[in-house]
Structure formats: structure tokens, C-alpha cells
Design a protein around this ligand. Structure first.
Ligand SMILES: Cc1cc2nc3c(=O)[nH]c(=O)nc-3n(C[C@H](O)[C@H](O)[C@H](O)COP(=O)(O)O)c2cc1C
Length: 319
């Protein structure tokens, strides 16, 4: 699998489920990945954790993201991910949330480059499909370990490394320091480096590629409520030279196409999740209404969206 010249949808817990990933693929994302799934959970309770690993053929290429700190567990889970037919496995070594780092997973691994390498090596050995790793710059201010970690990861056979250049303690504060992405690419010119962090506008993707020399870009928050952003990135000035031509129909939409996509999003969520789908769609509607005139008043009305009919009515009226 080639991880160069690609627009990639970031893993976003509670957002990038199979429905949303497919909408992003249809609208110009080249590669998508599931939200993070616990390796231990997948091995102990495959039905429950496996629910996060539902995907559709139309998503391909699609990866599954695992978190964990035990190389053996990650290997077992990576092999299960491969058995389920995913195109690649991504390992989360960036999550700063205490629930994850407390168990030694996510960004806690950045304190121990050797362990990072061991985890990746075991995953590569067991999976038989490409293994990628997503990291932050380090585990604290002045404790940037991404170069040492990446060295171990590539030596272990990682197919690509994604860098979100904030350290663990920053969570989402401050700004992503893209100079770290440039330094990573300089250190590993022959490897696939995916840049991530603070791509907000379509033109930002091309700017990150130009400023850092990274091979691909990954977009997270800017895709929430805006799956069309990938297509817009291809049309932006200085758009990705390496990326393929936009797929048919993948351009920034007018109101009708926008409304049609949001309706489809809702209908599929209701079909897949029943009543829980309504709750999920309220969240997506809040994002879809960002930047739309009257959005604040619309969001105040969202608690009233209680069933598929009221969903259809408010979407028809507002979008
Ligand atoms: C709501 C939310 C959920 C996230 N969930 C994950 C996750 O499951 N796995 C992961 O590696 N990163 C996760 N992230 C981090 C993003 O993938 C990404 O690295 C970060 O948001 C920076 O990129 P952006 O500026 O394009 O959003 C999450 C971020 C947000 C805001």
C-alpha cells in the first residue's frame, strides 16, 4: 500500500464510524481509518470491541487503529484486524487522554522508544498487512522523542508514521509545530511521513506539504461536519501534486447536495443504530451547521430532534 500523495481522514473517537468514513471517501479522502479500539478489549470481548471495527467495502483502503502497550496483545489484535479484512493496522501512540495513558498506552509509549519498536515489530510480524503508527512529538514539554521513536518504528518495519506535533501535555492547546514534521521527514527521507495537526482550510494541506516535505496529510477536526473538505483540498490553490484526480462528483457542494448528504447520513445512522442514531446525529448536525447563517439558533433547537421525522423536518428547513 502506498501512503504517499494521499489525503487521509484522521481517526476520531466517536466520529469516524463506517458511515462517516464512507461519506469522506466519496468526497475525496483517499484513505480512512477506524477510531481507536483497545487491543486487549478486542481479544477479550471481540463482539463488543469488534462493533467499532464494522466497515464497508466502499471504504477501501481502510485501516483499523489499535491502542495498547503489551506487544503480545497488540500482535494478537493486529492479526485479528487482518483476519477481518482490513487493508492496514494503525497503532495509536499519541492519545493523551488519561484513561489511555494511565494503562501505559497511547502517548505514554513515547517515553520508551524501545517499547514502541517492540510493539511495532510484533504487530508487523503478526499482521501480514502494512502497519502504520500515529505519534505525537513527545510525552511532555522538552521531552520530544519523536525522532528516536520513529527510528525504532521504521527499523521494526512500519510502513508509515503519522506525526501530530503537539506533546502529550498540550492536549489540543497551542498550535501544532509543523517544523517537527519537517525534521522527521529530513531524518527519514526515504520513509512515508504523514503530517497531521491544524489543517483547517483547504489551502492548509498544500501548505503543510510544501513547508514540511511530508508525503501525505491527515485531516481530523476540519472534516467534522465537512466531509467535502477533501475534495475542496484538491481544488485549492497549490493543491496536492501527488494526489489523484478528484473522483467524479467530488466537488464542494451547493445546498441541495449538502442537504442530500446530511439526509443520507441520518438515514443510515437510524438504520444502523435506531434511537441511538438520533443522539449521534444531533452531534453531527451541530458540526454541519458551523459557519452556516443562523447556525447558533439552529443548534439551540437540536434537543428537539427526537426521531427520524423531526430530523428530516429540521434538515429540510435549515440546510
Ligand atoms: C474528538 C476527537 C477524537 C479523536 N480520536 C482519536 C483516536 O481515536 N485516535 C487517534 O489516534 N487520534 C484521535 N484524535 C486525534 C486526531 O486524530 C488528530 O491527531 C488531531 O485532532 C489533530 O489533527 P486535526 O488538527 O486535523 O484535528 C482525536 C481527536 C479528536 C478531536
Amino acid at each position: 500500500m502506498d501512503f504517499r500523495g494521499k489525503l487521509i481522514l484522521a481517526p476520531l473517537a466517536g466520529v469516524t464510524d463506517t458511515t462517516f468514513r464512507r461519506l469522506c471517501r466519496e468526497n475525496g479522502a483517499d484513505i480512512v481509518v477506524t477510531e481507536m479500539v483497545s487491543a486487549k478489549g478486542l481479544l477479550c470481548d471481540p463482539d463488543r470491541s469488534g462493533a467499532y471495527l464494522a466497515y464497508d467495502e466502499a471504504e477501501r483502503p481502510v485501516g483499523a487503529q489499535l491502542f495498547g502497550s503489551d506487544p503480545g496483545e497488540i500482535a494478537g489484535a493486529a492479526s485479528e484486524v487482518a483476519r477481518r479484512g482490513f487493508d492496514f493496522v494503525d497503532i495509536n501512540m499519541g492519545c493523551p487522554v488519561r484513561k489511555v495513558t494511565g494503562g501505559g498506552s497511547g502517548s505514554a509509549i513515547l517515553a520508551n522508544p524501545r517499547l514502541a519498536g517492540e510493539i511495532a515489530r510484533e504487530a508487523v510480524r503478526a499482521a501480514g498487512i502494512p502497519v502504520t503508527v500515529k505519534i505525537r512529538s513527545g510525552f511532555g514539554n522538552g521531552k520530544e522523542t519523536y525522532l528516536a521513536v520513529a527510528e525504532e518504528l521504521f527499523a521494526a518495519g512500519a510502513a508509515a508514521v503519522t506525526l501530530h506535533p503537539r506533546h502529550r501535555g498540550q492536549m489540543f492547546a497551542g498550535s501544532a509545530d509543523w517544523t517537527h514534521i519537517a525534521a522527521l521527514k529530513r531524518a527519514f527521507p526515504g520513509e512515508s511521513i504523514i503530517g497531521n495537526g491544524d489543517i483547517r482550510q483547504p489551502g492548509d494541506a498544500a501548505r503543510m506539504l510544501a513547508e514540511t516535505g511530508c508525503d501525505s496529510v491527515m485531516i481530523g477536526r476540519a472534516a467534522m461536519g465537512n466531509p467535502w473538505i477533501f475534495a475542496a483540498m484538491r481544488h485549492a490553490p497549490g493543491a496536492m501534486a501527488g494526489a489523484g484526480a478528484p473522483r467524479a462528483g467530488a466537488s464542494f457542494p451547493g445546498p441541495e447536495a449538502r442537504r442530500a448528504l446530511i439526509m443520507r447520513h441520518g438515514e443510515e445512522m437510524f438504520r444502523r443504530h435506531g434511537a441511538h442514531g438520533i443522539k449521534e446525529m444531533r452531534k453531527h448536525l451541530a458540526w454541519y451547521s458551523r459557519g452556516v447563517p443562523g447556525g447558533a439558533a439552529f443548534r439551540a433547537e437540536l434537543p428537539k430532534v427526537a426521531d427520524p421525522d423531526s430530523f428530516r423536518a429540521v434538515v429540510g428547513r435549515f440546510f
